[in-house]
Design a protein around this ligand. Structure first.
Ligand SMILES: [Zn+2]
Length: 232
């Protein structure tokens, strides 16, 4: 074979290899397509088991009263399930490194602790107002060990809707999905989630699903094709 042809063949083979490598590295890191946000995904995603990362607890879907996850770990002073705790610690560390300190206020709560909290709200505000800001015992997502309330360490807008405009609140709304958390009760979705906007209440679902929901702007109920749960 003439030398010129050999050189041409080598060049073509090298070119094909480079293209193949580029394709493989792209396809290995690409995000899930937005179509996975469609309700059809509900057929294969587990959300009934309290131990599932996608467990749905809302005003239609209570947990067993005595449910306690078996893998609770420490997440900066509050208990969370191990995977969620590790994700929270990484998120808080990376937020802190960019100048946004975040503190943990509340994580896992037992059914009994929720009963205590709910009763204090009904005593203070009456049952109707209490239902829009607090879950009845057995109906709190905090009992899954996958939900965490966060705050600014200085307490600015703690557990108030203005938290969304604070440093920690806006950082979480923009970045939490990369650590597997969603803003579980977003603004304008009370008719679906049953709760007023809670920019401080993060729910761990894993990075893949959190990113999909964030990009699609859907609630957990919509993502799974579940009916809205505005009330008990
Ligand atoms: Zn909460």
């Amino acid at each position: 074979m003439p030398r010129q042809h050999v050189t041409t063949h080598i060049a073509i083979i090298a070119g094909v290899c480079i293209c193949l490598l580029m394709y493989l590295s792209w396809s290995g890191s690409k995000e899930l397509p937005a179509t996975s946000a469609q309700p059809a995904a509900a057929a294969v995603l587990e959300f009934d088991s309290p131990g599932s990362a996608l467990a749905v607890v809302n005003k239609h879907r209570p947990l067993p009263a005595d449910y306690i996850p078996q893998d609770l770990a420490d997440a900066a002073g509050v208990p969370l399930r191990a995977e969620a705790a590790a994700a929270y610690l990484q998120m808080a560390a990376e937020a802190g490194a960019t100048g946004v300190p975040i503190s943990a206020v509340s994580g896992f709560r037992t059914g009994g602790e929720q009963e205590h909290l709910y009763t204090s709200y009904t005593d203070s505000f009456g049952p109707e107002a209490a239902d829009s800001i607090s879950a009845r015992p057995g109906y709190s997502e905090h009992q899954t060990g996958l939900a965490i309330d966060i705050a600014n360490p200085d307490g600015t807008c703690g557990l108030e809707s203005c938290f969304a405009e604070t440093l920690a609140g806006s950082w979480a709304a923009t970045n939490a999905q990369h650590y597997g958390f969603i803003i579980r009760y977003p603004a304008g979705a009370e008719h679906i989630t049953g709760y007023a906007h809670e920019p401080w209440h993060l729910r761990y679902v894993g990075t893949e699903h959190a990113r999909t929901m964030h990009e699609a702007g859907t609630t957990l109920e919509e993502f799974l094709g579940l009916p809205a749960a505005p009330g008990y």
